[in-house]
Design a protein around this ligand. Sequence first.
Ligand code: SAM
Ligand code: DTB
Ligand code: SF4
Length: 333
Amino acid sequence: MTLLTAKQLNSEELEIRHDWTIDEIRNLLEMPLIDLLWHAQLVHRRANPGYKVQLASLLSVKTGGCEEDCAYCPQSIRNSSEVTGQPDLDVQPVLERAKIAKEAGADRFCMGWAWREIRDGSPFEAMIQMVQGVRSLGLEACVTAGMLTDQQAKRLAEAGLTSYNHNLDTSPEHYGEIISTRTYQERLETLQRVRAAGISLCCGGIIGMGESITDRASLLRVLATLDPHPESVPINALVAIEGTPLENLSSVDPLEMVRMVATARILMPRSRVRLSAGREQLTKEAQILCLQAGADSIFYGDTLLTTTNPSVLADRELLSEAGVQINSDFRNA
Ligand code: SAM
Ligand code: DTB
Ligand code: SF4
């Protein structure tokens, strides 16, 4: 398969396509790894000269007690994990955490609410103040809080929200095995609302939930046929959490993550591809392969939402050993 024309190989030009087919994507996912990496590198080096990696810190503002039935999630009341409903964090402590994240070198501060959809009233007013506060620290702000209305999206945009995270999680075909309380179509409508309000889209999925390679290709097809592509695409490996229906699934082969990242990079050259949950299951070498394959963002900080993430120190070492540039260093340079 020709991915780059001779003209593109010799120029700065990168073709951005929105008409990828499942067969084309499957061919990429199953290509000899060494060739896939080469193609991904060609695209990535052109799209991201200087090889900058964005550091995004994550904080759970509203933890647990969620009424949705997402099979992977410890925060669902339908799952018997140890995570229970916690009181929402207040605005000031959240902004303190954002400040600490900035001092540690983060570029983006992401805040999560274990909600089916954003609720109006004081929790939403607090969310707006958090977004304004994070922006005034000079950080990008991202929120993930489930579905939203046009009006809520507009208010978040006015508050300066950089990006809204809402994942498709898996393929339309596999989706029914994972979630029954909200449809794929509802997810797509949420994405449209975010876009219509002028907020950047952060949208990706999870591998390792019993899906086939065709499912992975199908998820990537939905993402890569969005026009424009999501500005960031988180690729998560399932963190199999005790008490969830997926607790007994074995970890994905690290090279499957490499393949997923590389393929996402080729399909969506200018999107940030974020190596997200599941990094603790990856060795340093596997993470460096993911960076080489085109991952240009990681979650940075000792915790994700309810689970742990590699330490800040370990990540600083990793990035320095890989020899990539951190966005914040670049900004301060
Ligand atoms: N409640 C909101 C929602 O579902 O849109 C926002 C928070 S939700 C926890 C954000 C995303 O985290 C999910 O869509 C899923 O992709 C990811 N996630 C949650 N639990 C995970 C797990 N155990 N392993 C990997 N990814 C996970
Ligand atoms: C995303 O795609 N992954 C992050 C973020 N977006 C919100 C969440 C990962 C959660 C992993 C399980 C946990 O810590 O609860
Ligand atoms: Fe709730 Fe989000 Fe977890 Fe689903 S992923 S159960 S919507 S917190």
